[in-house]
Design a protein around this ligand. Structure first.
Ligand SMILES: Cc1ncc(COP(=O)(O)O)c(C=O)c1O
Length: 393
């Protein structure tokens, strides 16, 4: 019997291309390290649940009992993994987190109000406010030797008259988890702006490395709970994005009432297989999650080792959570931009940091949730491409 990590190690680039999902299929023949999904297949508990869905042809509308189960297992998972104890009745199901943000902006903030976003940020968050006719106010994080930090005065000014703060923790693309002290400082500032809602995107919270701590925004105090609407999902940790199932957690009873009296009716519901898969993930996917986190931990250590040894000009801060590395290539002035340079010179498809906001220009986001031999190859190709620029300079 081979172990999970041996099976992952044995997965080749052609296996990944044959699987057909967007990360590899839409990478122009290059190695796929961009969109946030993992190359590790499905947890056996979820695969069994999907087999059962197929055997029963369970593709109709979800019954009340499935909704109840989804709420219960979400509440239990969040409580067990973060210590934030919530009631299953606070949980609602939606198709996905981006849709949830669009609902929160449209139905929970004043018409025309601005949306505040610390940047660099997950790319669609930069486009969504404009698509809904809203002003986007970016608050760039500052980087020093210690990592990335929010400028609280700037945040305070940006929140003036705004409708919502989009809070992403653990952070995409930085892989940072905000400490309790950092979160409390933000809660205090946001509380000075009682009209502001906080959309707390905690989709990456299950992808937390040993020793790390995730502090749910709404768990900090009553003010935080009353201003926040939290979004979670099993999709990042268990690789279920295509099944369309996310959950909202209401920590303000008035928000829950607004949801059940109206917004739920215009929301896009989770799919039935997505609900079944998410229930299996939260309830039975713990052992697989632990093994995958251990594997990812090995990958992030390999990244640290190889960047230090072979990519000396590349800045890398080991992430606390997520399988995303935000690599600083600013010292190399790569043309026409670092992402296109790596695509053509290294055959590696990463995300251009500039798409995450001005604060990300000169960086690339590399998804390291890939078999370790493939990751090693990605980094070797990067080192060779960068060596070639030095030789030709
Ligand atoms: C921080 C963050 N939020 C939201 C999403 C998208 O989630 P969904 O597919 O549920 O819309 C992602 C996907 O990578 C993400 O990283």
């Amino acid at each position: 019997m081979t172990s999970l990590s041996e099976r992952i190690d044995a997965t080749t680039v052609s296996d990944l291309q044959a699987r057909g999902s967007q990360k590899w299929a839409d990478s122009f023949g290059a190695m796929g390290a961009w969109i946030a999904e993992m190359d590790f297949g499905l947890a056996p508990e979820i695969a069994a649940a999907m087999d059962d869905v197929a055997a029963r042809a369970f593709y109709g509308y979800p019954p009340t009992s499935l909704w109840r189960e989804l709420r219960e297992v979400t509440a239990a998972f969040v409580g067990d993994t973060t210590g934030w104890r919530i009631d299953a009745r606070q949980v609602a199901g939606v198709s996905d987190v981006i849709h949830a943000l669009s609902l929160v902006i449209s139905h929970y903030t004043a018409a025309g109000s601005a949306i505040v976003l610390p940047t660099p940020a997950y790319m669609p968050f930069l486009d969504l406010p404009g698509a809904l006719g809203r002003e986007l106010r970016q608050v760039p994080l500052a980087r020093d030797d210690d990592g990335w930090h929010l400028d609280l005065d700037r945040l305070d000014r940006a929140l003036d008259g705004a409708g919502a703060l989009v809070w992403v923790n653990p952070h995409n693309p930085l892989g940072k988890t905000y400490t309790r002290e950092e979160t409390e400082a933000v809660v205090e500032i946001v509380a000075r702006h009682p009209g502001v809602r906080v959309f707390s995107d905690e989709i990456h919270a299950p992808v937390l490395y040993p020793g790390g701590r995730h502090v749910p925004y709404a768990s900090v105090n009553d003010e935080a709970a009353s201003q926040a609407i939290t979004a979670v999902s099993a999709s990042k940790m268990w690789n279920l994005a295509g099944l369309k199932c996310a959950q909202l957690i209401f920590s303000n009873p008035a928000d829950a009432a607004t949801w059940s009296r109206g917004v739920a009716r215009v929301s896009s519901h989770p799919s039935t297989p997505g609900m079944v898969a998410s229930i299996a993930a939260y309830r039975d996917g713990g052992a697989w999650r632990a093994e995958i986190l251990d594997y990812l931990d090995g990958n992030r250590r390999l990244l640290a080792e190889i960047t230090a040894a072979s990519l000396p000009e590349v800045g890398f801060r080991v992430p606390d959570a997520t399988y995303l590395a935000f690599l600083d290539l600013r010292a190399l002035s790569l043309e026409p931009d670092p992402r296109r340079f790596l695509l053509t010179a290294a055959g590696l498809n990463v995300t251009d940091g500039a798409l995450c906001g001005e604060a990300g220009r000169g960086f690339v986001r590399l998804n390291f949730a890939t078999p370790r031999p493939v990751l090693r190859q990605m980094l070797e190709r990067t080192a060779e491409a960068l060596d070639a620029t030095r030789t030709s300079a």
